[in-house]
Design a protein around this ligand. Structure first.
Ligand code: 6PG
Length: 502
């Protein structure tokens, strides 16, 4: 097959492919990257064996090295570079039955447009990839979608290179040794649906990733600011949590980050990292989509806003000298231990809500776009390889296997019981953070989501009254047939109510 784009992700995907027995012709606009992948192959393949990678210096050369129908995987930055590659392949003579697989972090609507745009020229297929550079090298989580014929050709390739899980325990099966891939186990790759669906699901994965990361950061912040704990001490707490129900890749790496000392100053590295978060846009896309679809995803959205407010560093520094908060609380050792234990439950309950929001968003978007998304399968392919991998995803997959029509993860008996058991600790943790003046926007929004979702009567009745008052926007009545609309003449002293005729 052909591979275009040999950045970190592209070169690692290529080495993953060759480890699984595929021979790959590679091209990158930067010929140094082509040289590097050839060198990498030379250093990793067994002695006296043929090269597994061939370097190309043009699109035409790449096509000439492949057997028809061509299969070409591309890994370039999302946006214009994808079309740049597609158009060069057309100029180089790609055929209508050739397949081009986009593995970048593309916006899902771009994938939909591309399938249409390149129809008749080649088959555009998209496969979203999660797992960062290590995932790409040794087993990512893959979310393919598009032309079903293309899928039959690509399926064995993607299932070979994907991360694998032990089907019994749901735990990742890992090998990080070049040339020794994990061959057994359930692959973290499943066909998601028509083009766009896979990148949509990956986008929501990233939205959940934003929320998950932010929630961990908030528990760190409470321990740091309210409990005055050192980073290494917090790392120890994270390691303990990682042994239990919060076990996840993000928990594990957070502990490692907190333990890391700065090689220059010998103080904790986290203390010298500037608190201004970057973002490439996938969390924002998820938040925008949630707003457009009308699916409540406030924890994901709060996580995006938390990055926004972090980037206002200069303003925050200035404001910190003007605006006051509560006095710093002090706690005994026993109180501190009790708050830490409660924070673990708070993080867990908030995390359940973030995932519930992500799955609810996918369900609403799926309905809108006519995709039949298999949530049990989606949770399964997130159990390994991807950034949000966690044991917890086994329970999510179980929830959807028990009831494929589950309206919300919170309604699954297991998760409903878990929140019932831990919600007092969740509420207390947020109260403690608030009293100490430590912001925890994602955690608070998760609790509000839970409380809103379980509340039969929300104050939207008053809101509808307000709307009718100033704009004659009408309201429905609880005691009259659904859909029937009413309006009161608020300016008329007699306040007559009229039933609105269609
Ligand atoms: C993954 C990651 C990956 C990446 C994103 C997020 O699943 O492998 O989500 O796609 O980390 O680019 O990046 P930002 O935090 O910069 O938006």
């Amino acid at each position: 097959m052909g591979f275009i784009g040999l950045g970190v992700m592209g070169s690692n995907l290529t080495m993953n492919l060759v480890d699984h027995g595929y021979r790959v012709a590679c091209f990158d606009l930067d010929q140094n990257k082509v040289e590097s992948i050839l060198a990498k192959d030379a250093s990793e393949r067994a002695e006296n064996t043929e090269p597994r990678v061939e370097g190309c210096s043009s699109y035409t050369e790449l096509l000439s090295k492949l057997k028809a129908p061509h299969l070409i995987i591309i890994s370039v930055p999302a946006g214009d570079p994808v079309d740049h590659v597609c158009n060069h392949l057309i100029d180089a003579g790609i055929h209508a039955d050739d397949i081009v697989v986009d593995t970048g972090n593309s916006l899902w609507t771009d994938s939909v447009a591309r399938e249409e745009q390149y129809k008749g020229k080649f088959i555009f297929f998209s496969t979203a990839v999660s797992g960062g550079e290590v995932g790409a090298r040794f087993g990512p989580s893959l979310m393919p979608s598009g032309n079903p014929y293309a899928w039959t050709r690509i399926e064995p390739v993607l299932k070979a290179i994907a991360a694998k899980v032990d089907p019994e325990t749901g735990k990742p099966l890992e090998s990080h040794t070049p040339g020794q891939p994990v061959l057994e186990g359930e692959p973290c790759a499943t066909y998601i649906g028509p083009v766009g669906a896979g990148h949509y699901v990956k986008m929501v994965h990233n939205g959940i990733e934003y929320a998950d990361m932010q929630l961990i950061c908030e528990t760190y912040h409470v321990m740091r600011e309210a409990l005055h704990m050192a980073p290494a001490e917090i790392a120890e707490v994270f390691r303990r949590w990682n042994e239990g129900k919060l076990n996840s890749y993000l928990m594990e790496i957070s502990a490692e980050v907190l333990e890391q000392m700065d090689p220059e100053t010998q103080q904790p590295l986290v203390d010298v990292i500037l608190d201004r978060a970057g973002q490439k846009g996938t969390g924002l896309w998820t938040a925008v989509s949630a707003l457009q679809v009308g699916s409540p995803a406030q924890t994901i959205t709060s996580a995006v806003f938390a990055r926004s407010i972090s980037s206002l560093k200069d303003e925050r520094v200035a404001a910190s000298k003007v605006l006051s908060g509560p006095d710093a609380p002090s706690f005994s050792d026993d109180e501190k231990m009790s708050i830490i234990n409660k924070l673990e439950q708070a993080l867990y309950c908030s995390k359940i809500c973030a995932y519930a929001q992500g799955f609810q968003l996918m369900a609403m978007a799926g309905k809108e776009h006519g995709w039949t998304l298999e949530f049990g399968e989606i949770a399964k392919i997130w159990r390994a390889g991807c950034i949000i991998r966690a044991v917890f995803l086994q329970s999510i997959s179980q929830a959807y296997e028990n009831n494929e029509d589950l309206a919300n993860l919170l309604l699954d008996p297991f998760f409903a019981e878990q929140i019932t058991q831990y919600q007092a600790d969740w509420r207390e943790s947020i109260a403690q953070a608030t009293l100490a003046g430590v912001p925890c926007p994602a955690m608070m929004s998760a609790l509000s989501y839970y409380d809103s979702y379980r509340t039969a009567v929300l104050p939207a009745n008053l809101l509808q009254g307000q709307r009718d008052y100033f704009g004659a926007h009408t309201y429905q009545r609880v005691d009259k047939p659904a859909g029937k609309k009413y309006h009161i003449e608020w300016s008329d002293p007699a306040r007559p109510q009229t039933a609105i005729k269609k």
